[in-house]
Design a protein around this ligand. Structure first.
Ligand code: TRP
Ligand code: SF4
Length: 330
């Protein structure tokens, strides 16, 4: 009897810093759910990190370790999902090079994130071949495993559209080797940072995964709420408040309803509301912190687990590349 085939899922993250609650509720908790019914490959996109961080490469490997620890602390089970490192599976580079031969420059230059990131990161030169080719490498990452589903945020959908076009072009030239990957849009819980903007490391408004209880508390107690609610007796609008979004993630339905009503009627103050949130948030942070520390205390185990993932990914990648070389008559 052959094992029933499960849909293949691939997703990656760039190891550029510690993960925060935005990553946890925006992506990771969805990955955790997916591993039950899909063959999941989750990887560190360390080569992709170079596209913008080519001048600070020393921080990448440290960030990668922390990132894998965060994955596991969040509930990714390395026995079920394959965790690996992009640069440890050289086939990613080979396939990206081959895809580059058929990817029109115009497709890459029109990519919205290419334009956007170039405009936003003005502190460094991004008129670079590697940066322009970001979506080509990303396509290789995905199709090397013949993934059909790719859980990503809305900002990556344009990249995946490009991936599908590259796949169609490849299959048109050389035969049906690859399925077209589709984005799985995470119905991402919205996570707002302590300043009321989207939670992001570059805004310095984030709460790290497993951040100690005291500093989680300090950040929450100091966080911006409904800016219109200046005094305790002013009614508030929970829909514009980041604390309310966190309640929706961490608290039960009755508590969320309690916040919703009492915020609008000024029945509670923001301090009460935040303390209520911390009753749930702090233990969860504590749980992840303990898990993180246990993992970091056994670096050999972590290395071994990633080595196993690398080997598994390599096996799949080698088989695909054999097909690719045959299809291309190389
Ligand atoms: N581009 C993704 C990001 O910045 C990271 C990434 C690289 C990725 N390769 C991928 C995501 C393949 C999904 C599939 O978030
Ligand atoms: Fe936000 Fe709660 Fe204050 Fe309302 S009461 S503004 S939801 S912190």
């Amino acid at each position: 009897m052959t094992a029933p085939t499960r849909p293949i899922v691939v997703s990656g993250m760039r190891p550029t810093g510690r993960l925060h609650l935005g990553h946890l509720h925006g992506a990771l908790s969805n990955w955790v759910k997916l591993q039950a019914e899909h063959d999941c490959f989750f990887f560190s996109a360390d080569w992709h990190a170079l596209t913008t961080n080519y001048a600070q490469t020393a921080a990448i490997k440290t960030a990668e370790r922390e990132m894998f620890v965060d994955f596991i602390a969040a509930g990714i089970d390395p026995a079920r999902a394959t965790l690996f490192v992009q640069s440890q599976v050289k086939e990613h580079a080979e396939l990206a090079l081959l895809l580059g031969m058929i990817t029109p420059l115009g497709w890459l230059e029109r990519s919205p994130s290419y334009k956007e990131v170039r405009e936003n990161l003005t502190d460094r030169d991004l008129a670079l071949y590697g940066f322009l080719g970001y979506p080509v490498l990303m396509t290789a990452d995905i199709i090397l495993y013949k993934a059909t589903r790719v859980p990503v945020g809305a900002d990556q959908v344009a990249h995946l559209e490009l991936s599908r076009e590259i796949v169609r072009k490849f299959n048109g030239h050389y035969g049906e080797v690859f399925p077209e990957p589709k984005p799985m849009l995470t119905e991402a819980a919205k996570v707002v940072g302590t300043d009321g903007r989207k939670m992001s490391k570059s805004y310095n408004n984030s709460i790290e995964l497993g951040e100690p209880a005291e500093s989680t508390r300090t950040k929450i107690m100091g966080a911006v709420t409904d800016p219109q609610r200046k005094r305790r007796q002013d009614p508030g609008d929970p829909e514009v408040c980041g604390i309310f979004y966190l309640h929706k993630i961490y608290s039960d339905a009755a508590t969320v309803a309690w916040v919703d009503q009492n915020c609008r009627s000024a029945g509670i103050g923001c301090v009460d509301c935040k303390k209520k949130l911390l009753e749930k948030l702090e233990p969860d942070q504590e749980r992840m912190r303990e898990k993180r520390e246990a993992l970091l205390a056994r670096p050999g185990d972590l290395d071994e687990l990633v080595a196993i993932g690398n080997a598994k990914a390599r096996g799949v990648a080698e088989a695909t590349m054999a097909q690719v070389r045959a299809a291309m008559k190389l």
